[in-house]
Design a protein around this ligand. Sequence first.
Ligand SMILES: Nc1ncnc2c1ncn2[C@@H]1O[C@H](COP(=O)(O)OP(=O)(O)O)[C@@H](O)[C@H]1O
Ligand SMILES: [Mg+2]
Length: 610
Amino acid sequence: MGAAGAPRGRPGGGLMARLFPRDGAVGRAVDLRLLRRLWPFVRPQRGLILASLALLLTTSAAALAMTWVVMLIIERHVEGDSSEGLGVLLAWFAALALFEMLGRALGTWTVDVAGQNALLGLRSTLFRHLQALSSAFHDRTPTGRVVGRVTTDIEALQEMFSSGVVTVLGDVIFLCATVALLFTLHWQLTLAVLVVVPLLIGLTLWMRVRVRAAYADMIDSRSRLNAFLHEHIVGMAVVQMFTRERRVRSAFGGISGDMRDAQLRSVSWESVLSASTELLSHLTVALILAYGGSLLLGESLATGLTLAALFAFIDYMRKFFVPLNDLSLKVTVMQSAMTAAERIFHLLDHDDFIPAPKSVVPLPAARGAIAFRGVTFGYDPAEPVLRDVSFEVAPGERVAIVGATGGGKTTLLKLLTRLYDVGEGSITLDGVDVRDYALSELRSRIGIVPQDVFLFGGDVLHNVRLGHPEISEAEARAAADRLHLDQVVARFPLGYHEPVRERGANLSSGERQLIAFARVLAVAPAVLALDEATSQVDTRTEHLLQDALHDLTRERTSLIIAHRLSTIRDVDRILVIANGRLIEQGTHEELLRAGGAYRRLNELQFVSDR
Ligand SMILES: Nc1ncnc2c1ncn2[C@@H]1O[C@H](COP(=O)(O)OP(=O)(O)O)[C@@H](O)[C@H]1O
Ligand SMILES: [Mg+2]
């Protein structure tokens, strides 16, 4: 194990540690604060849990009674010599065995149903929360890690139910009942064998500290593995293109090796623990046989111990050890469940939301008037990306935004749709501050064709409609046809029903852009914003699009971010953004005449276009 040790197998330790930092430590096995927070999800299932507790208790009682029946059989029909009544006892035994089997199956099933239902609720809550969290959160949190919360962490909680931790009360009652029975059988012998119990508890406690540390490492490495896997599967093509497979593989090997080591450590402590318990239980049987046997051989009449009672003793002791052994395993399960709960609630405690408006203001009809007033913004507030940007766009006006890469053009659109909120200044749409709109209302008025198109698995039409109930298939087709998407999909065997794979992997970037275009048009927004939306389509398609665009942009306010200046000559106004500032604005001719940045941009492109 040592040779493939963790630190050595983790290349580029510094960067890796920064990208995949440790992910929480293991907490206590029982954390009341966390249990209280879990309770609302478990509460609706309390009937089921009580039912399963009752079932498990009665089946345990049946198990105890079975031993008692066997003891009677030995007493009356093995030690004694009458066979009268044997049939009845055997029938009892069979009935109890059947009852125990059914009851245990039903009890386990019931508690599993309760657990699954509770976790269904928690999963839904988590997902809703993830949907509400802002871009700022999602931009900085590794996807794989978030996925882990909803999958592996929920699974750890699931284990809490399926391992029967919630019926631990039943175990305790069972143990007490067993001890009581043992005392009625023979109290001296009981006292003698119970000396192993403190031993067992001491052993468990000692082990648990060790298991816990290993466990912390295990979930940490699993979380890092998730994040790493996700990122490198999505980015597989880049790794392959740059032939970095070896490097990535060795990084993966490092994380994966950490995981194995931690798993092994925790598993080996677990197995030592269960083997020791096993050993203790055998030792106890030996103790019973030695002490009990000597009592039996000596003056058995005086001590009241019979052979049958000795059998019962051994059998009860065996049954006694099962839940005791389980208890120590359940502590581990609880520990992992509490850790998972901690992480899940930590995620639920993130309140990185785009704040909802405090009061509802009457909203004007959507016309598409936009105003930026003194807008300053930075993803990191200390480093502004936009500085004091002010401009107005009249309803129906066509405005182009140009400028160097990284200048802040896309950021303007993110602020307009409140993916982020402005630092200073304000943005209004139709005279109302965007922060006073309900998010859904605001976003339904603005349609953005983004720079990086994201498509979902499904078909072309699904990606245009995005499950919008009010967009009929015909409307979606109409929107697509207007963009001449029909000419593109004519090449697909299944036309508009051509399957689109995850992230649109089977389509060209241009095709993806066209679909994103149609997606926006299908909702007919008052404001249309295009973020280099035709950068990937060929010139012929672009010409077709330009025609369609000409119509489309005449009907509504449009913001067009463009690199190819030739595509924006006929807009009403051009804004030039440089380093987060609005440095020039005017029509194509005005800006050319002014001889500033726009003119220089134009000359550069004119030269390179030749
Ligand atoms: N999510 C983000 N987190 C932090 N910085 C960002 C983020 N998105 C963009 N930036 C930074 O903001 C600046 C402006 O980006 P952007 O508005 O996308 O420029 P562009 O004009 O090319 O569209 C860039 O310097 C970029 O590095
Ligand atoms: Mg951009």
